[in-house]
Design a protein around this ligand. Structure first.
Ligand code: ATP
Length: 237
């Protein structure tokens, strides 16, 4: 297993945002966490990035206990997140934003060309707009940039928080197909989504979160075919 999360509890003050969550991510796989607003998906990803303190439980990455490791130490280990709401640097160009993603790499000068090529290969639009200020790009383009920036650190595990949020249906299809490409290139993906239908379609394994707890798990296909899951998360269609 690449990532093992065991009995994880995270609070915001007295609010228990996640309670006793256990799940794992196999190397090379695509795993999705789905659930309604407030279920704890973002908190889980932030905790894996080292941005939230763990109250109880453990996180292991490649067998190493990283439960209390600082955020900046996790990127060199191979964990990189594309955050919800994108959070690109609006006053910087596309290329400058991408360079920020490689900031923690000691060997970045050597690998920069190859890393930029990989990102531009996945997102030709970013290549076309390489000198444009990120803040002037469309929502879809900013989303692509956020994912591209996360890839610049060559992560083993890519954490994606709601990559389809706020995008038009055609762009959503495009983003999901790029996520499949990223995984096919060998990057393990942990995807948080409210678009459960799409996420289940592409995930090897899915975990359903409800009010901070894992309530179901199965393969993407199993859950997509399950009547109660369909009724609750797929609009019953
Ligand atoms: P969304 O899709 O809306 O982001 P989510 O599943 O990602 O939902 P979280 O954002 O992880 O859910 O929130 C889990 C719980 O923690 C919610 O009850 C939320 O209100 C609470 N919470 C999140 N951030 C904070 C915060 N900064 N302070 C206090 N409570 C918070």
């Amino acid at each position: 297993m690449l990532l093992e999360v065991e009995g994880l509890c995270v609070n915001y003050g007295r609010i228990e945002a996640i309670r006793d969550i256990t799940f794992s991510v196999e190397q090379g796989s695509m795993v999705t966490l789905i659930g309604a607003n407030g279920a704890g998906k973002t908190t889980t990803l932030k905790t894996l990035s080292g941005l939230r303190k763990v109250r109880a439980g453990a996180v292991r990455f490649q067998g190493k206990d990283i439960t209390h490791m600082a955020s900046h130490e996790r990127v060199p280990l191979g964990i990189s997140q594309s955050p919800e709401g994108r959070r690109i640097f609006p006053g910087m160009s596309v290329v400058e934003n991408l360079d920020m993603g490689a900031y923690s790499r000691a060997d970045r000068a050597k690998t920069r060309t190859a890393d930029l090529e990989r990102v531009f290969g996945l997102f030709p639009r970013l290549h076309e707009r390489r000198d444009q200020l990120a803040g002037t790009m469309s929502g879809g383009e900013q989303q692509m940039l956020a994912i591209g920036r996360a890839l610049m650190s060559r992560p083993t595990l890519l954490l994606l928080d709601e990559p389809s949020m706020g995008l038009a249906p055609k762009l959503i299809q495009q983003i999901f197909s790029i996520i499949i490409d990223i995984r096919e290139q060998g990057t393990t993906v942990l995807l948080v989504e409210q678009n459960a239908a799409q996420a289940l379609k592409i995930a090897d394994r899915a975990y359903i979160l409800e009010t901070g707890e894992v309530v179901r798990t199965g393969t993407g296909r199993e859950l997509a075919a399950d009547d109660s899951v369909r009724a609750a998360y797929l609009g019953g269609d």
